[in-house]
Write a protein that binds this ligand. Structure first.
Ligand code: PLP
Length: 383
C-alpha cells in the first residue's frame, strides 16, 4: 500500500534534531512566545526574502489577521478564486466582507488575470460594494501570475493578499512565495509542504505598518502589552514547540523542495501524456519553481481512474470536489461572472500520492495502474 503522503519518512530523517528541539522547549518552559518563535520568524523571513514574518496559530488565522490589518470589513469586496480550500473564502466572509469570485486558468488552476479584470468590471457595474483587494491562491504549490495580478491591482488601487498555504518557498519571477503581494500567508498544517506537528501558520510582509498591525491582532489587538487593547484582535500565536520543530524542518526544506521537483519530473516523464488524449499532467510556466504540494493530473475519466487506483491499493484525493461558489455556506453570495473552468476542474482533477521521499518504484507502480485504468476506460467509452 502506497501512502498518499509519508510524513514518517521525513521524521526518521531528522528525529534526533526534533527530539532535542522539543526537549529544549520543555526545559525552558516558555510555551507561549518562547525564544524559538522569534528565532523561527527571523529565519523564515530571510528564507522567503521579506522583511517581516509573524508566526501564527494556523493558515486560516493568518488570512483573517491579514484582512483585519488591511482594514477589510462589511461593505467591502475581495476578489478571489472559487477553486480553493474553503478557508480562503471563509476568511473574507468572517470579516463581513463579500468574496467576488473570478475564474481560473485551465493550465495552472490559478486565478486568471483576464478573469480578474472581468470580475472588477462586473463588481463596479453591478454592485455598490467597495472593492478593496485581490486574494490569489497559489494552488497545488504553483505561484499565481503576480506580474499581471500586481499590475491590475496597481491600476485599480487594490491590495494583493497572497494565500500561499500550499506554495511556501515556491519561486516565480525570482521571488519566493508568499513575497509577491502586499502581504502573504502560509500554513504549517502537517500535510503542507513545510508542515509542523500540529497547527501553525505565518504572515509575511515588507510593509512595516501592516506587520505591526498583524503583531497586535495576533494577541487580542494589544498595544503596549496584552492588557492595553487598542483594536479587536484574535488569539492566534504560533506555539513555541511548533516553532522549535519548524526551525529544524526549515533546515532541510530547500533540499525537500528539490526532491519534490525531482519526483514531479519523474512522474511527468513516466506518465507521458501523449499516450492518451484524455489525460493531462501539470506543466510549470517559465521562471517558476512550484513547491509541488500536490501532483495533480487531469482526466475526463477522473472518478473511474480513482476507483481503479483504489482497487490497486493506491490512494488518491480530489482537491476540490466542489468549487466554493457551490458550497452551502456560499450559496447566497453574488455570482457576477462565469466560473466554467473552476467547475470543470473540480470534475477532472485527481491528486496522486506525492511527497519528497516517494520512490521510483512507487512512481512506476502508480503509472502502471493509471495506464491500466485509462486503457479500460477508453475501450469502454471510445472517445
Ligand atoms: C490549508 C489551506 C489554508 C488554511 O490553512 P490552515 O493552517 O489549515 O488553517 C488556507 N488556504 C489554502 C489554499 C489551504 O490549502
Amino acid at each position: 500500500m502506497i501512502p498518499f503522503i509519508d510524513l514518517a519518512a521525513q521524521q526518521t530523517r531528522i528525529k534526533p534534531q526534533i527530539d532535542a528541539a522539543i526537549a529544549r522547549v520543555l526545559d525552558h518552559g516558555r510555551y507561549i512566545m518562547g525564544p524559538e518563535v522569534a528565532e523561527f520568524e527571523a529565519a523564515f523571513a530571510e528564507f522567503i526574502g521579506v522583511k517581516h514574518c509573524i508566526g501564527m496559530s494556523n493558515g486560516t488565522d493568518a488570512l483573517s489577521a491579514s484582512l483585519m490589518a488591511l482594514g477589510v470589513g462589511p461593505g467591502d469586496a475581495v476578489i478571489t478564486t472559487p477553486f480553493t480550500f474553503f478557508a480562503t473564502v471563509e476568511a473574507i466572509m468572517l470579516q463581513g466582507a463579500t468574496p467576488i469570485f473570478a475564474d481560473i486558468d485551465r493550465e495552472t488552476f490559478n486565478l486568471s488575470p483576464d478573469r480578474i479584470s472581468e470580475a472588477i468590471e462586473q463588481t463596479k457595474q453591478k454592485t455598490d460594494l467597495r472593492l478593496k483587494g485581490i486574494l490569489p491562491v497559489d494552488l497545488y504549490g504553483l505561484p499565481a501570475d503576480y506580474k499581471k495580478i500586481n499590475e491590475i491591482a496597481r491600476q485599480n488601487d487594490l491590495f494583493v493578499l497572497q494565500d500561499s498555504a500550499q506554495a511556501c518557498g515556491a519561486v516565480r519571477f525570482g521571488k519566493r512565495s508568499p513575497g509577491h503581494g502586499n502581504i502573504g500567508t502560509v500554513s504549517f498544517f502537517p500535510a503542507k509542504p513545510l508542515g509542523c506537528y500540529g497547527d501553525g501558520g505565518a504572515v509575511l510582509t515588507d510593509d512595516d505598518q501592516l506587520a505591526e498591525r498583524v503583531r497586535s491582532i495576533r494577541v487580542h489587538g494589544k498595544g503596549a502589552d496584552k492588557y492595553d487593547n487598542v483594536r479587536l484582535g484574535l488569539n492566534a500565536r504560533l506555539d513555541t514547540i511548533q516553532a522549535a520543530i519548524l526551525l529544524e524542518k526549515l533546515k532541510i526544506y530547500p533540499d525537500e523542495l528539490a526532491l519534490r521537483q525531482n519526483k514531479a519530473n519523474s512522474y511527468r516523464q513516466s506518465l507521458n501524456p501523449s499516450q492518451s488524449a484524455n489525460f493531462e499532467v501539470p506543466e510549470t510556466p517559465p521562471m517558476t519553481e512550484s513547491a509541488w504540494a500536490q501532483f495533480v493530473i487531469r482526466t475526463r475519466h477522473r472518478n473511474a481512474v480513482a476507483d481503479c487506483l483504489k482497487a490497486d491499493g493506491i490512494p488518491t484525493f480530489v482537491y476540490y470536489r466542489t468549487p466554493a461558489h457551490q458550497l452551502e455556506a456560499c450559496k447566497h453570495l453574488p455570482l457576477l461572472v462565469d466560473l466554467r473552468e473552476s467547475e470543470l476542474a473540480s470534475q477532472e482533477v485527481l491528486a496522486l500520492p506525492f511527497h519528497p521521499y516517494l520512490s521510483e518504484s512507487e512512481i512506476s507502480e502508480v503509472r502502471s495502474a493509471i495506464v491500466r485504468s485509462l486503457s479500460r476506460q477508453e475501450t469502454v467509452y471510445k472517445w
